[in-house]
Design a protein around this ligand. Structure first.
Ligand SMILES: Nc1ncnc2c1ncn2[C@@H]1O[C@H](COP(=O)(O)OP(=O)(O)OP(=O)(O)O)[C@@H](O)[C@H]1O
Ligand SMILES: [Mg+2]
Length: 457
């Protein structure tokens, strides 16, 4: 049975909660106050979950969360917070808490959250075991991630994929939100079932509702037969609600109910249908802004953003630009041909440009350049003119800057990046033929794979 560490500095709450959880069969250790809890956490007694009040003195819930986070990676944490201090609670999610509950809480809500936290925890542990069994290599194909920010995104994808947790993906247009959502699906146990994407901004309200939940015959003019909704199509799999910020308030209310009850009701129907669907959502408008404007329900936001993943704009992760460019060149070249090479001047321009349309814009620029490239070489004059006109900044690929860039990024990281860039160029030249590339580089195939794990596919 799961073991829970319960922390509050109010004896009455501690005793009520303790009774409640014991009645559900959990093994509960109650700690009156943060200091007591800290001592227990310092022992080697094992727990699956900590439920802790946030506001306590002198050691508060956030302090305890940090201790758990750094010393007990397999332990889930739920925070308790007084109504009105939600901000600290949200802060706690960023620090790794599974969820929080506002006091006064509903018993049902508490128990469901406890169950979900334990389930999540179990999935995480199983995932860790599985990874250990598979060995160290657990690569996310197709996602280029050279920058620390993007590597962290991949790390999150690996961690959350095996769970059934809702994930909210935030990023500007073209940053790779759908790609990340697909990766989460591909690495989950739902991978053999459908991944269904719904663009919430593309349809007006009544249509969106019937798209998502289906409708029964005669529900409205034109509903000549029963129609299955996308939630049913995604049954057993994953639904990706893109541009969720565009969803109107009435549909938000319906979605919230679906998330809570795992049942949908088709438009015009009077019976609910059970569905087992994992929900991933994406937005390019920060939802807190929409909440402040009264356009988005805060309770739905909390449900959706159990795990938030932010994808930074491309201009904030310049290390990804050239690896992405090579990736796109390879992807767009027929397998039996050699991808075009990038002129050094072009590399510098690509790294200097601000990419307001992010990876999608880079993709379009490379495709455009490939159409006009001569002698299998991408030169400045075949880039879209707006991009070609970019003044070249001191970038990683411009030699003059090598030294200062190395200083800024630590020499080791710099050399590794340079090495990788070179490997990618050679690999592009050999048309992705790894044996040929290894030979040209005078290294073994194994060394090539070690230096470039993503080449192993
Ligand atoms: N890190 C990456 N590695 C490889 N390809 C990427 C990466 N990021 C984005 N892409 C590619 O860029 C294109 C845009 O990505 P995607 O459609 O996922 O972005 P998005 O954030 O959903 O965009 P939008 O907001 O316009 O819907 C896709 O072709 C995707 O494969
Ligand atoms: Mg998209």
């Amino acid at each position: 049975m799961a073991k829970i560490l319960l922390v509050d500095d109010e004896p009455s709450i501690l005793s009520v909660l303790s009774t409640l959880l014991k009645a559900e069969g959990y093994i509960v250790t109650a700690a009156l106050g943060g200091e007591k809890a800290r001592d227990i956490l310092a022992s080697n007694e094992e727990f699956d979950l900590m439920i802790s009040d946030i506001r306590m003195n002198p050691i508060n819930g956030m302090d305890l969360l940090k201790i758990v986070h750094s010393t007990r990676p397999n332990m889930a944490v739920i925070m308790l917070t007084a109504y009105g201090s939600v901000e600290t609670a949200i802060e706690s999610l960023k620090l790794g808490a599974f969820d929080y509950i506002t006091k006064p809480f509903k018993v049902d809500e508490l128990l469901v959250t406890v169950q979900r936290a334990l389930e999540y925890n179990r999935a995480m542990t199983e995932n860790a075991d599985l990874k250990a069994q598979l060995g160290t290599r657990y690569q996310l194909e197709n996602i280029i991630a050279e920058s620390p920010a993007m590597k962290q995104v991949c790390e999150m994808v690996k961690r959350v994929a095996p769970t059934d947790t809702t994930v909210l993906i935030y990023g500007e247009s073209g940053t790779g939100k759908e790609l990340v959502a697909k990766a989460i699906h591909a690495y989950s146990r739902r991978k053999d079932k459908n991944f269904v994407a719904v663009n919430c901004a593309a349809l007006p309200e009544p249509l969106l509702e019937s798209e998502m939940f289906g409708h029964v015959k005669g529900a409205f003019t034109g509903a000549t037969a029963n129609k299955e909704g996308l939630f049913q199509t995604a049954n057993g799999g994953t639904i990706f609600l893109d541009e969720i910020g565009a969803m109107t308030l009435p549909i938000q209310g319906k979605l919230l109910r679906v998330l809570q009850e795992k049942e949908i009701r088709p438009v015009g129907g009077n019976e609910n249908i059970g569905v087992d669907v994992r929900v991933l959502a994406a937005t390019n408008t920060p939802l807190d802004q929409l909440i402040a404007e009264g356009k988005f329900r805060q309770d739905l936001y909390f449900r959706l953003s159990v795990i938030p993943i932010e994808i930074k704009p491309l201009r904030e992760r310049p290390e990804d630009i050239l690896p992405l460019a090579y990736h796109i060149l390879r992807k767009e070249t027929p397998t039996n041909q050699t991808p075009p090479a990038l002129d050094p001047e072009v590399s510098a321009i690509l790294e200097s440009y601000s990419w307001p349309g992010n990876v999608r814009e880079l993709e379009n620029a490379i495709k455009h350049a490939m159409t006009f490239a001569k002698e299998n070489k991408i030169t400045k004059d075949v880039l879209p003119s707006k991009i070609a006109a970019t003044p070249v900044k001191q970038t990683l690929s411009s030699h003059s800057d090598s030294v200062s860039a190395a200083k800024a990024r630590s020499l080791k990281a710099f050399i590794r990046a340079k090495e990788k860039e070179y490997l990618q160029q050679v690999l592009a030249k050999t048309g992705g033929d790894k044996e040929k590339a290894a030979k040209a580089l005078k290294i073994s195939l194994a060394t090539l794979y070690r230096k470039m794990p993503e080449a192993q596919e």
